[in-house]
Design a binder for this molecule. Structure first.
Ligand SMILES: Nc1ncnc2c1ncn2[C@@H]1O[C@H](COP(=O)(O)OP(=O)(O)OP(=O)(O)O)[C@@H](O)[C@H]1O
Ligand SMILES: [Mg+2]
Length: 456
């Protein structure tokens, strides 16, 4: 159901508009001035705003600017009196979708709202498509270590050889694995990723090889494992060194013979899978310590690719930073932010323990949080401090949301945001609500919606 907000200081106009819009099944909100209107926007996603250009307290043009800057998905239709058509025209130049003149033709109101909604839907769809197509970054970097990586990708992609990618957190291991798949003859086949560190030991076998119905408690139906799902494509075994020794033994056999059985099954299943593995651990040390099987290492390590840490290729930093600053720019008509000289020097010297992922998160934060067109050293320090501080807080950017639809992503985010804000405010509802800028009743509703447990 689409949501429309009416911002007009005349009670009569608000009432009439509300009636006709509600008749069309829209959810209608209304506000008597701009400040109130912006407050509604903060608490409810709104698709279209009908905005009087002439308002007390805060002028319609300022309200419009505020909406365009903060709610890219919201369309604004200006309502203008006879005397101020010029303001309406200005508003359209500033990004309003259209304007309506008083006295209002109710028929025209409905048409314009409908058109605005259509545009809004198209915009969203467009972005969804764009995200799903170019959701990955290109592999950037011109320094010798990155050139070497690129050469290795080129040489190995065409063959079916197994590849082991080594490197610290956030150096681009997964990016490289996906690129190899894309360039291989298996490109049309599936790319299946397994994060070995995230799967409890008891489940890893079933995850990799699948199970038959009734194989164990909870196995209510037959399920294919990742090896089977990757048939004809690439299996990416991420964080391979975090797997238990017993799981390693089973993977060894599967990798060697491309044959395995589902748990509880008798038939051997044979697949055609290319295996790419990755780890951020020092694998030689893991072998020495007896935590990683040497024979599995030799199987996987046919072609090793070592990802350089960002500080080992600091000369690539400006290139990467420029790319991410452009990528996270709020909209195409906002200029890309630049960095003051001392800020840039600081960034180049910085140790980047989280490597490219940290740099990417940093660029995203700066774009969301800072208004400076030329970002100062102070701001850089502040946001780097927050990103790398040892508060135990893990920055994550939006990567993890990219495979979700908009509403799923929003809910996911909202839930986590609530949990954290509640914790920060010791589960005090009114304080948390105030902190988040919403009404306590609204917070209660959300807590209930997401089934968040409040301990006192
Ligand atoms: N050379 C690069 N050029 C552009 N983007 C990059 C590059 N390297 C990494 N990235 C980006 O940085 C982020 C982290 O990369 P990726 O997930 O591949 O790292 P990783 O080595 O798998 O990290 P982890 O060990 O933490 O899982 C991704 O968003 C990726 O697109
Ligand atoms: Mg990874």
């Amino acid at each position: 159901m689409s949501r429309v907000l009416i911002v007009d200081d005349e009670d009569g106009i608000r009432d009439i508009l509300r009636d006709i819009l509600q008749d069309e099944q829209y959810t209608v909100f209304s506000a008597a001035d701009g400040i109130e209107g912006l407050d509604v926007l903060r608490h409810h996603p709104i698709d279209v705003v009908l905005l009087d250009v002439w308002l007390p307290r805060m002028g319609g043009i300022d309200v419009l600017k505020e909406i365009k800057a903060n709610y890219t998905d919201t369309e604004v239709v200006i309502i203008s009196g006879h005397g101020n058509i010029d303001l309406a025209v200005k508003a359209v130049k500033l990004g309003a979708f259209d304007f309506l003149e008083k006295p209002l033709s109710l028929e025209k109101v409905l048409t314009v709202v409908k058109n605005a909604l259509q545009i809004e839907t198209l915009k969203k769809e467009n972005r969804r498509l764009r995200n799903s197509m170019v959701h990955e970054d290109e592999i950037l970097g011109e320094t010798p270590p990155m050139q070497k990586v690129r050469t290795l990708i080129g040489q190995s992609a065409g063959s079916d050889s197994r590849i082991l990618i080594l490197g610290d957190n956030g150096t681009g291991k997964e990016l490289v694995a996906r690129e190899i798949h894309r360039k291989s003859r298996r490109a049309a086949g599936p790319f299946v990723e397994v994060n070995c560190a995230a799967i409890p030991d008891a489940l890893i076998e079933s995850e990799l090889f699948g199970h038959e119905k009734g194989a164990f408690t909870g196995a209510v139906s037959r399920r294919k494992g990742k090896f089977e799902l990757a048939d004809g494509g690439t299996l990416f075994l991420d964080e391979i060194a975090d797997m238990s020794l017993s799981a390693q033994a089973k993977v060894l056999r599967a990798v060697q013979e491309m044959t395995f059985e589902r748990i509880g099954g008798e038939d051997s299943i044979t697949v055609d899978v290319r295996v790419i593995a990755a780890t951020n651990k020092d694998i030689q040390a893991e072998i020495k310590a007896g935590r990683f099987r040497e024979d599995l290492f030799f199987r996987l390590n046919v072609i090793p690719i070592q990802m350089p840490a960002l500080r080992e290729r600091a000369a690539d930093l400006p290139l990467l930073l420029a790319y991410f600053m452009e990528k996270f720019r709020p909209s195409a008509d906002v200029p890309v932010k630049r960095f003051a000289d001392d800020a840039m020097a600081f960034l180049t010297e910085f140790s980047w323990p989280g490597n490219v992922r940290e740099l990417k998160n940093f660029a995203e934060r700066i774009n969301i949080m800072s208004d400076e067109e030329v970002v100062s050293l102070e701001t850089v320090r502040y946001y780097l401090g927050e990103v790398t501080g040892d508060s135990g807080y893990e920055p994550s950017g939006i990567d993890e949301f990219l495979d979700m639809g908009l509403s799923e992503a929003r809910e996911n985010f909202e839930r986590r945001f609530l949990v954290r804000k509640l914790a920060e405010n010791e589960n005090n509802i009114s304080r948390t609500a105030q902190d988040m800028g919403i009404y306590p009743s609204n917070l209660h509703a959300k807590i209930k919606k997401y089934g968040i447990e409040i301990e006192r």
